[in-house]
Ligand binder design. Structure first.
Ligand SMILES: [Ca+2]
Ligand SMILES: [Ca+2]
Ligand SMILES: [Ca+2]
Length: 330
């Protein structure tokens, strides 16, 4: 007597064509069988071999993956890209599949993409440095190419968790490279996943790609309130103390520059107007106070310390002139 699976195969094959729908039902029926016996496996493998040309290509892949025991990759809806990228950028599967983390979470993993969201990526980098477990705790890997990211939403009465599930497809333009945020190591996915989930949560890349507040991003990751200080109103020593205290307490810190119309001349400083930087540290050497900063581009810096990876030191006095504001997270 033929097994229910054999009958199902025969029915599906009657028209010499195996659609994605038929194969999905077949896989579901095979999963419903309590035991994936060698006989059942052989029967499905035989179907794959003898009727290879009857399958829709994606259906064949799905069945082969099931027979091989490899997890099936799920494809979820992706956030809309920037309006100006609407005709040039499309979502494509990661190939080869990367790892969520390579050498753990580091502030220097984060590289901004071709989108005006320095506030967002500088905050990712700041949280990665201050509190890497806040990032690891936020991302759940389902093992099928999808990830659920838990953010915190500032709601009346406190922060409440919000979950967003995305797949690992990349927004690509002309080649395999991701158009938006990525990790410095091409095999590391956490930066892209985090930004993609943030975009999905906020309604697409257009919603997150035209500036914003780093403090909001820190709050979304830590669930603790952030505060903002203007360098125009606060004395230099007070700015320095609040930064060094925050960093010692493992709190994320970022700093924003003035706008292009502010009258501040950035020529020759290596610093850019309308930009946000991660503040990595504060130090005092021979009576001079310095801040250590990082450009989220992962390059392009103030001064010449011999290595252009975006990380540089700046005198506090220069910082007070070139930067307009400081965000400190919880
Ligand atoms: Ca997708
Ligand atoms: Ca890393
Ligand atoms: Ca450097």
């Amino acid at each position: 007597m033929p097994s229910p699976i054999s009958q199902r195969i025969a029915t599906a094959l009657a028209d010499r064509s195996l659609s994605a729908q038929e194969v999905s039902e077949l896989v579901a029926a095979a999963k419903a069988e309590k035991k994936f016996t060698p006989e059942l496996k052989a029967e499905l493998q035989q179907l794959l071999t003898q009727h290879a040309d009857a399958f829709e290509p994606s259906a064949r892949q799905e069945l082969q993956a099931f027979v091989d025991g490899t997890p099936t990759r799920k494809d979820l809806a992706d956030p809309t890209v920037l309006n100006k990228h609407a005709t040039s950028v499309s979502w494509n599967p990661v190939s080869p599949t990367g790892a969520l983390y390579v050498d753990d979470v580091s502030f220097d993993d984060v590289i901004q993409g071709s989108i005006a969201n320095c506030y967002l990526v500088s905050a990712f980098s700041a949280v990665a440095q201050a509190n890497p477990s806040a990032i690891k705790d936020a991302i759940k890997d389902h093992g099928d190419g999808t990830y659920t990211v838990r953010f915190f939403e500032d709601a009346y009465g406190g922060f409440r968790p919000v979950e967003v599930t995305v797949d690992s497809d990349l927004a690509t333009e002309f080649g395999p490279a991701n158009k938006y945020a990525k990790a410095r190591d091409g095999n590391e996915q956490w930066v892209t996943i985090l930004e993609k989930a943030y975009a999905q949560w906020k309604g697409g890349y257009e919603a997150i790609g035209n500036g914003g507040r780093a403090g909001d991003v820190m709050e979304a990751l830590t669930g603790k309130p952030s505060n903002w200080t203007s360098t125009s109103w606060t004395p230099a020593d007070e700015v320095y103390t609040s930064i060094s205290t925050a960093i010692a307490a493992h709190q994320p810190v970022t700093a924003g520059t003035h706008g292009k119309d502010s009258g501040v001349d950035y020529t020759g400083t290596g610093v850019y107007a309308w930009h946000a930087y991660t503040v990595l540290g504060a130090s005092e050497e021979s009576g001079t106070k310095y801040l250590q900063l990082r450009n989220p581009w992962g390059k392009s810096e103030h001064g010449s310390d011999g290595k252009d990876e975006g990380i540089f030191k700046m005198k506090l006095d220069d910082f007070m002139k070139l930067y307009s504001s400081v965000y400190v997270g919880g």
